[in-house]
Write a protein of this length. Structure first.
Length: 305
């Protein structure tokens, strides 16, 4: 009789343990399913989508570190106290393993603080739709600096990056364009860097615009028109010089008296800036003529003998 009672108790314990195990397994399964369903509602891995822009630049770490070290050792040794490894880590932390449509200004704040440096007065040169020309000019004339000539801009110029919530945390296949989502890694970065560059400007500042664009040289939707012009400090900036450059041989879509330039002047005047506008600023036009030496636009200084 005691043996039969012991066997019954053993069977009861076994049934109880099996029941508990089944219950725990059901709970774990429910939690996993709930997590998957919630994740699916709130965040779609970029790997499930094909973005329209190029993916993260191959060997991004080596590119950024190489540019950083070159900048602070070969070009501007006075910035030698910058820590390039920390700068790279702060850039990586801003986007790795993150949804590339949910990047915030706070993500980049540590990078901005680590890589910022003073900009000498009278050297700031802004631009819109004149990228190739303006950078050829600053390479030939060390008196001016564009954003891409600062440490931040130099490291990031013409490279791309974005994250991925799943391993390895970086999307090398594609990244979102601004038209796909505003808060992508590139757009947020350049907006913050542009704002900081404008805030640092002092003395006389220059802006090179394209007078051969039919839609108008000044565009309110551009980085210059939407961010930089409104972050210039009237207490630090004495004058704004507009260089309106037309392509050699035209078209001459706009001059300093054109509609979009007048709109820009109104914005600057409302903010109490002095303004000077010059069509085809001669030092820059001479650089244009290097590629078109025989064009009639490039013979203005030729005297017949």
């Amino acid at each position: 009789m005691p043996l039969q009672q012991g066997s019954a108790r053993t069977r009861q314990r076994t049934v109880l343990l099996v029941g508990i195990a089944v219950l725990l397994a059901a709970l774990v399964l429910a939690v996993v399913l709930a997590s998957l369903l919630t994740h699916g509602r709130h965040e779609v891995s970029p790997k499930m989508l094909k973005w329209k822009d190029r993916g993260t630049t191959k060997n991004l770490k080596e590119v950024v570190l190489g540019r950083c070290y070159n900048y602070i050792t070969a070009q501007y040794p006075e910035l030698g106290d910058k820590d390039c490894l920390k700068i790279w880590e702060s850039l990586k932390d801003a986007f790795i393993y993150k949804n590339p449509c949910n990047i915030t200004a706070e993500d980049y704040q540590p990078l901005m603080e680590l890589a910022s440096h003073p900009i000498p007065c009278n050297k700031s040169l802004f631009w819109s739709k004149t990228g190739d020309l303006v950078h050829r000019y600053t390479k030939s004339n060390q008196n001016f600096l564009t954003l891409e000539d600062t440490l931040l801009g130099y490291m990031a110029d013409r490279v791309s990056w974005c994250g991925d919530p799943s391993a390895p945390g970086i999307n090398y296949e594609s990244c979102p364009k601004r038209s796909e989502c505003e808060s992508n890694p590139g757009s947020v970065f350049w907006k913050m860097a542009s704002k900081m560059f404008a805030e640092a400007a002092c003395g006389v500042v220059q802006v090179m615009l394209n007078g051969s664009i039919e839609a108008g040289a000044f565009r309110s939707s551009s980085i210059f028109g939407s961010i930089e012009v409104f972050n210039l400090n009237p207490d630090k900036v004495s004058e704004v010089h507009i260089w309106l450059m037309q392509d050699i041989g035209g078209p001459q879509s706009e001059s300093c008296s054109g509609h979009s330039i007048q709109r820009l002047m109104s914005i600057l005047e409302e903010r109490n800036f002095k303004i000077v506008c010059e069509d085809n600023y001669r030092p820059v036009q001479l650089l244009q003529c290097v590629h078109n030496p025989d064009h009639t636009d490039c013979r203005l200084c030729t005297n017949s003998t």
